[in-house]
Design a protein around this ligand. Structure first.
Ligand SMILES: [Zn+2]
Length: 441
């Protein structure tokens, strides 16, 4: 397809622009259907609803959703592997599982129709990023039990792009393919892309000379500073995509070219923001924990699933014309929070400081230890080769500056150690930013 013939609007995006009153009506219809389906087929949900003296027929408005019980990650663990399935195994055509850090993974399931919904939201995601037929998409999300690889894969195929199912890892080959195949867009975790940037510069590959123009980055929170860095060393427009396996995988929400929050595909996923302490629903604009309900997933409906992600719904309409509400980019998860000497510390706050100060590289680790019963925290960050080859005084001054800035933002003084480029272990998937050695000390 020639450049002139490229469509600017993909028909699959039509539901993004449905007038709000119609969207609300559709949401209520779908909510009633899915609540009834879950009530009839998921024992845990039925018991909880009954114990509140409720019946599915009591849901008569969208606000009534607040009467329903929450679902948590613990519920998924407790019912491992198939306890929350709402259809017979014969109707389930695929399962995925999260790579749980402790014990058993979390298993999620899809009927063919569920997969079709997933593909459709991925098509709408790519379309919002300006991708279309003729694009060459390098899909470096991991293929396998993780939802990232296959989720992006089917969406990219369905939009008519040429998909390179390269999966994660083998960085040199990734760069060779990117260059030789004329890749125009890449999907991966933002930290893996940083690694690709690094390796490209070592190999003398100028990413700005390639046709690569879009990056769809997700599966972990990333900061505005990281976006600036990525966009300064490539010609990429970087898009944040949000999703989680429990809800469907990637494709729950996506940035449009305005980059002012992520549009939630509300015709399939209903967002609420709650106070994580009280569980009370908060109005649009207020920050709290994101709770999602799936309207269109029948193998494993999730009603009021507590994501642990902290965000807010953005009030007002986006200039792009989408009627779908937006959520602010996830800066932190409620369970990411570290409590150090009584102070709440979020790794994303530290990251933002590190990336704003000249001379550091976007590779860092936060190391927690315990000495004499007291928690100790140290940040190790790589600095540019120039800084490292500079006189010792320059290194000390930079460390001092970082410690001052972090103290101003976080409220406690944290030791910062500057390390040589390439010292910190690289990640091919989600980065491990926090190394907690407290149990060993
Ligand atoms: Zn928009």
């Amino acid at each position: 397809m020639t450049k002139e013939a490229q469509p600017s609007f993909h028909p699959a995006s039509a539901p993004d622009f449905v007038p709000a009153p119609l969207l609300r009506k559709l949401q209520l219809d779908r909510l009633q259907t899915i609540v009834k389906h879950a009530f009839e087929n998921v024992e845990l949900f039925r018991h909880r609803v009954e114990s509140r003296k409720l019946r599915p027929g009591d849901i008569n408005s969208l606000a009534d959703i607040a009467k329903l019980p929450f679902t948590t990650k613990v519920d998924l663990r407790d019912t491992y592997p198939f306890g929350l399935f709402a259809t017979s195994l014969r109707d389930i055509v695929r399962v995925h599982a999260s790579s749980g850090t402790t014990g058993k993974p979390i298993v999620v399931a899809y009927t063919q129709k569920d997969l079709d919904v997933w593909t459709s939201v991925m098509v709408r995601s790519f379309a919002a990023c300006g991708l279309h037929e003729g694009d060459i998409i390098q899909n470096a999300y991991g293929y396998g039990l993780f939802t990232g690889g296959l989720g992006a894969h089917y969406g990219a195929e369905s939009i008519g792009a040429t998909v390179i199912p390269i999966s994660g890892g083998n960085t040199d080959r990734q760069l060779m393919v990117m260059k030789d195949f004329g890749v125009t867009a890449i999907c991966c975790t933002p930290t893996y892309f940083l690694h690709l940037i690094d390796r490209a510069s070592q190999m003398g590959v100028d990413l700005k000379s390639l046709p690569l123009r879009a990056g769809v980055f997700g599966a972990e929170p990333w900061t505005q500073s990281m976006r600036k860095h990525i966009e300064s060393v490539t010609n990429i427009q970087a898009f944040d995509i949000y999703g989680l396996s429990e809800i469907i995988g990637p494709g729950v929400a996506i940035e449009c070219p305005n980059h002012d929050g992520l549009h939630i595909f509300e015709d399939h996923f209903y967002p609420e923001i709650i106070d994580p302490e009280t569980g009370k629903v908060l109005p649009d604009g207020e920050e709290g924990e994101l709770v999602l309900t799936t309207f269109s997933k029948f193998a494993m409906p999730m009603i009021r699933y507590r994501t642990r992600d902290i965000t807010a719904l953005v009030p007002g309409q986006c200039p792009c014309g989408r009627t779908l509400r937006r959520m602010r980019r996830i800066g932190r998860r409620s369970d990411d929070m570290l409590i150090i000497r009584g102070v709440n510390v979020y790794p994303s706050q530290i990251e933002a400081v590190l990336l704003e100060v000249e001379g550091t590289l976007p590779h860092y680790q936060i190391i927690l230890t315990r000495a004499h019963g007291l928690d100790q925290i140290e940040v190790q960050v790589e600095v540019t080769p120039q800084v490292f080859s500079d006189r010792v005084g320059a290194l000390e001054a930079l460390a001092e500056k970082l410690m001052d800035t972090i103290e101003r933002v976080v409220g406690i003084r944290i030791k910062v150690t500057l390390v040589e480029p390439q010292t910190i272990q690289r990640s091919e998937g989600k980065a491990k930013r926090v190394i907690d050695k407290r149990a060993q000390s």
